[in-house]
Design a protein around this ligand. Structure first.
Ligand code: PEP
Ligand code: MN
Length: 257
């Protein structure tokens, strides 16, 4: 066992929030919150498909400083309003300790993104929260490093951690990342944590999301996080890997069989 503490975690999530034992955890929504109307339309649609958790970044840790950085506080206000209007839970990303406290006020789950998987002070703060943490794998992180990142959170007392395999960097230049499907059963065997898959960032390509969702679920994933946008071609970030409503409907019907 890689971890001395995480293998003892067996019921890490608050069942009132998400009953992951009963059904797969499907999270969907845009990469970034772009406007009230965009988020409202998406939230209503995914809810109609049975999705319980809306995703949408307000703080976006972008590789280039010239890329859209997210609507930040204004985005969180939109998220709060949409959650109330639609009656849906949400996950959104915190990029530092300051945004963590803002996100905490609005979100039911707190995302720590790939670029921050080894932001140790952020992990420690996340460990002091009483809300589930969605811990995405660092794009160049080994399995051990990823588990150690989860331990930073758990060591502070928060064991409500969901691990998210979102693809890693390899020599393959056809897709944005390479999904490490084996990581899914490995994390489950090495820890008591739940694992979900993110085929949107894992592939970067819309047409690969369905097959990689099925592969992840076949490998034992407890759920999926999928980028969905009303008009992917107009998205301010990650449009190429975002499903439109029709494509997402199709994915849900295939998954639910
Ligand atoms: C995201 O979820 O939009 C995101 C930025 O993901 P990652 O941290 O996995 O790149
Ligand atoms: Mn994205």
């Amino acid at each position: 066992m890689i971890s001395k503490i995480l293998n003892k975690v067996d019921a890490p999530l608050d069942e009132n929030v998400i009953d992951i034992e009963k059904e797969k955890l499907i999270i969907a929504g845009p990469c970034a919150i772009e406007s009230y109307d965009q988020l409202l339309e998406t939230a209503r649609f995914i809810k109609s498909k049975g999705v319980k958790i809306l995703r949408g970044g307000a703080y976006k840790p972008r590789t280039s400083p010239f890329a859209f950085q997210g609507m930040r506080k204004e985005g969180l206000e939109i998220l709060k309003a949409v959650k109330k209007e639609v009656g849906i839970m949400a996950v959104t990303e915190a990029i530092d300790e300051k945004s963590l406290s803002e996100v905490y006020e609005v979100s039911d789950m707190i995302q720590i993104g790939s670029r921050n998987m080894q932001n140790f002070s952020l992990l420690v703060e996340a460990g002091k929260q009483d809300k589930p943490i969605l811990l995405k794998r660092g794009m160049s992180a080994t399995i051990k490093e990823w588990i150690h990142a989860a331990e930073y959170i758990a060591k502070q007392g928060n064991t409500k951690i969901i691990m998210c395999e979102r693809g890693i960097r390899t020599f393959n230049d056809y897709t944005r990342n390479t999904m490490d499907i084996a990581a899914i059963p490995i994390i489950k065997q090495e820890t008591g944590l739940k694992v979900i898959a993110d085929p949107s960032h894992g592939t970067g390509k819309r047409n690969l999301i369905l097959p990689m969702s099925l592969a992840s679920l076949a490998a034992g994933a407890d759920g999926l996080i999928i980028e969905v946008h009303p008009q992917p071609e107009d998205a301010l970030s990650d449009g190429d890997q975002s499903l439109n409503f029709e494509e997402f409907s199709n994915l849900i019907s295939v998954i639910k069989g």
